[in-house]
Design a protein around this ligand. Structure first.
Ligand SMILES: *Cc1c(COP(=O)(O)O)cnc(C)c1O
Length: 379
């Protein structure tokens, strides 16, 4: 076990060779050059060199977030920013739409912050629809103002993507003062999400999913009106206080010591993303998702996500053939690959194939060839 671990923490950074091993929805494989960037010598975080690194990354992130406003970079995983959004922007009531494990977590975060939370359950494996938002928000508004609603764009637990653009339009029409908080942890940079044009107030993501970075950083776009609202809110805390983050951002730095090595990785990966081209990147994810769905159906499986709302970054396959996901994964491990079982209650009833981040068409074909060989042996 230890041998395996030490082997894995010392990749041959000098080699340009990359091999896709992880078809799990995070962490995802990281390109060798991006991993290697972490080994550069440390610098002071109040140095010109760091400020330049920060400014470059933040500008590139604004492009990727489709926002002219700001993107905060924090040393935390995405859940930290779920908490930040709640503490900064929901002093009173928040409506939490729950259609999977990560939207459930956001609900739990709000409860943990002692907020008044209106929970709206949407069946798992289905998307949050504009009509459901309209109904639930109207009902909540009848009892008083709603500070914010929380929606997960891409439910990683089920492989369902919700139409946040249309949801935003409903929220704006019904309640202009209600902020729309969106978690795009597993979809960001895999599919187009236009923060400003769609009117999203917070769009948050983590480093280790579709961005294909090591875990440890998370990023959020925050609208001007959200920042103005935060200024009126008490008990925002300190580490994730948007006003404190904003003050530091104006000086191209962070309030506390940033994860400098991870930011070096971020810088290299952002360059790689723009080198590929964001449109090409989105198209690649759409193509991989379509190929995965086609493979599942052609091999006697079914798809779990509601038709029309399947995720471009992770596909949940209904295990209609009743294969042992554990044994399948043990077989894949011998070929240095790994997929995910279904989430929670779906543990053996489904499996998840992630095709996010660095996954290329040829990687997916290698995975499918191995899966087919395993399945053939089962007959
Ligand atoms: C993974 C995930 C999270 C949790 O992110 P961490 O970076 O692990 O804190 C939240 N939301 C979604 C949609 C996720 O996929």
């Amino acid at each position: 076990m230890h041998e395996q671990i030490s082997e894995r923490v010392s990749p041959d950074a000098s080699s340009a060779e990359r091999r896709q091993r992880l078809f799990i929805p995070g962490p995802t494989d990281v390109a060798p050059a991006v991993l290697a960037a972490q080994t550069a010598p440390m610098i002071g975080h109040r140095s010109d060199e760091f400020e330049a690194l920060f400014a470059k990354c933040e500008a590139q992130l604004r492009t990727l977030f489709y926002t002219a406003a700001r993107v905060y970079i924090v040393a935390a995983s995405g859940t930290g920013l779920q908490e930040a959004a709640i503490r900064n922007l929901a002093p009173g009531r928040v409506v939490a739409f729950v259609n999977g494990a990560f939207s459930q977590r956001w609900h739990d975060v709000a409860v943990g912050c002692d907020k008044q939370v209106v929970r709206v359950d949407i069946p798992w494996n289905t998307a949050v629809k504009p009509a459901q938002v309209e109904a639930a928000l109207s009902q909540a508004l009848a009892a008083g103002p709603v500070d914010a609603i929380t929606v997960v764009h891409n439910e990683t637990s089920t492989g369902v993507m919700s139409p946040v653009q249309e949801i935003a339009a409903v929220v704006r029409r019904l309640s202009p003062a209600t902020l729309l908080l969106v978690d795009a942890v597993s979809s960001f940079s895999g599919v187009r999400i236009e923060t400003d044009a769609w009117g999203l107030d917070v769009l948050l993501t983590s480093s280790q999913k579709a961005l294909a970075l090591p875990p440890g950083l998370s990023f959020c776009a925050v609208s001007d009106r959200a920042l103005a609202k935060a200024a009126t809110v008490k008990g925002r805390g300190w580490y994730f206080d948007f006003l404190t983050l904003e003050k530091a951002l104006q000086k191209n730095t962070t309030p506390a010591t940033p994860a400098i090595s991870l930011m070096r990785s971020l810088s290299v990966q952002l360059d790689r993303i723009f080198e590929e081209g964001v449109e090409a990147r989105f198209a690649r994810h759409a193509r991989l998702a379509e190929r995965t769905r086609g493979w599942a159906l052609a091999n006697g499986f079914d798809l779990m996500a509601e038709a029309g709302y399947a995720s471009p970054t992770v596909t949940t396959v209904t295990n209609t053939r009743g294969v042992s996901v554990k044994l399948l994964n043990a077989y894949l491990a011998r070929h240095d690959m790994e997929i995910s079982n279904g989430y929670g209650d779906y543990k053996d009833k489904a499996f998840r194939i992630a095709h996010m981040g660095e996954v290329q068409d040829s990687d997916l074909e290698r995975l499918f060839a191995a899966m087919e060989a395993y399945l053939a042996g089962q007959n």
